[in-house]
Design a protein around this ligand. Structure first.
Ligand code: ATP
Ligand code: MG
Ligand code: MG
Length: 351
């Protein structure tokens, strides 16, 4: 049988493993030494993400390789792709893991972004503030997620504190966007170039972490849907992307403003497991295995996905969800409860 190699051992890979199993595939996981265990997979290789020897052992178990997060060094993945097909391509990975590269790419594809400047030191930060103004957000170019590696500047006087807060790493300064709402386009592209997209969810964040996705999105977002899908499709084609690609947007008075993209299944697409005819996980598996993509229509009138963060997922706090009709509880099997850690989610489908 076919084995899919998945780099990363978090909940996204775990949900990919479930979808793969349903289609008769097995998954083999590449996990960091101390990372969580994807207990749904058939096997494991452990090692550092830049350990080419360990990656080669991992690849020997796999017929095709994919990844569940983009914060892995592109060089070793590129080397891996000489021996086994890697989807999405290392080129897509390289663009999406670097804020400068992804914003530049989106702009070249005709997308709008918040005003931004590359910042590599305190001097450059001062110049960027002078050009962009405040409020603004300083974001590390790499390795950020769930709002980590970011600092807000309300006034230019916050510059020093912000620079220290992000650890003095290469960054971008981004103007604060006055948005009506946030949404994402989750897209899947097959090896034959065919593209499907799911109805766009409205995404609400708390403390920089996704909290709630709602589909269908309200009118303000719906009005910007087609333009955002067109941009996502152009980017997917330009990257020759295979698999799921997610773009985050701000819905603003000036139209959709591109925030960032992820070359993978995405938290704002978890609702598709029960809320869409084909889930993002299944279509990602279909895409990387060269199968035709499945339809993406809603299975109900309304779908919501609520993240369970930290203690939200404790047994006493989820008991009522098991009793709620139409509520689908997902727990990720993480042993250690930490504040701000994504532990599970619940999807509610209104028929
Ligand atoms: P993710 O977990 O989605 O990868 P991240 O750490 O990469 O998150 P961003 O998506 O850049 O971070 O920002 C997190 C959230 O902070 C956004 O969803 C939005 O709510 C807010 N935000 C980020 N940039 C801006 C901006 N320029 N203007 C206004 N709000 C912003
Ligand atoms: Mg991000
Ligand atoms: Mg984001």
């Amino acid at each position: 049988g076919t084995t899919i190699g998945v780099i990363g051992s978090g909940q996204l890979g775990r949900m990919l493993s479930v979808a793969a199993a349903q289609l008769g595939y097995q998954t083999h996981i590449f996990a960091p030494q101390s990372g969580p265990a994807n207990d749904v997979s058939a096997g494991f290789t452990r090692g550092a993400y830049d350990d080419e020897e360990a990656l080669a052992v991992f690849a020997s178990h796999a017929d095709v390789v994919t990844y569940e997060f983009e914060n892995i060094p592109a060089g070793p993945i590129e080397a891996l792709s000489k021996h086994v097909p890697v989807h999405p391509s290392p080129a897509a990975l390289a663009v999406a893991q670097d804020r400068i590269a992804e914003k530049t790419f989106a702009e070249k594809a005709g997308g709008r972004t918040a005003p931004w400047r590359a910042v590599n030191g305190p001097r450059a930060l001062e110049e960027a503030i002078a050009e962009i103004g405040c409020p603004a957000i300083l974001k590390t170019t790499r390795f950020g997620y769930d709002g980590k590696g970011q600092a807000r500047l309300m006034t230019p006087e916050d510059a020093r504190h912000a620079w220290e807060a992000i650890g003095g790493r290469p960054a971008i300064l981004e103007g604060f966007v006055k948005f009506d709402a946030e949404f994402s386009i989750v897209l899947a592209r097959g090896t034959d170039g065919s593209i499907v997209t799911w109805p766009a969810p409205k995404n609400e964040h708390k403390d920089g972490i996704l909290s709630l996705s709602t589909v269908p999105a309200p009118k303000k977002i719906a009005a910007q849907h087609d333009e955002a899908v067109a941009l996502a499709s152009r980017i997917a084609q330009a990257l020759d992307h295979v698999g799921v690609l997610t773009l985050e947007f701000f819905a603003s008075a000036d139209g959709p403003i591109f925030n960032e993209m992820a070359p993978r299944v995405h938290n704002s697409g978890h609702w598709t497991i029960e809320g869409a005819v084909t889930s993002q996980f299944e279509n990602h598996v279909r895409a990387i295995c060269g199968l035709p993509l499945g339809p993406t229509a809603l299975t109900g009138r309304k779908v919501t996905m609520t993240n369970l963060i930290g203690e939200d997922a404790l047994p006493e706090n989820v008991a009522h969800l098991l009793a709620e009709p139409g509520a689908h509880l997902h727990l990720y099997g993480k042993h250690e409860v930490r504040e701000g850690r994504k532990m599970g989610h619940v999807t509610r489908v209104t028929r």
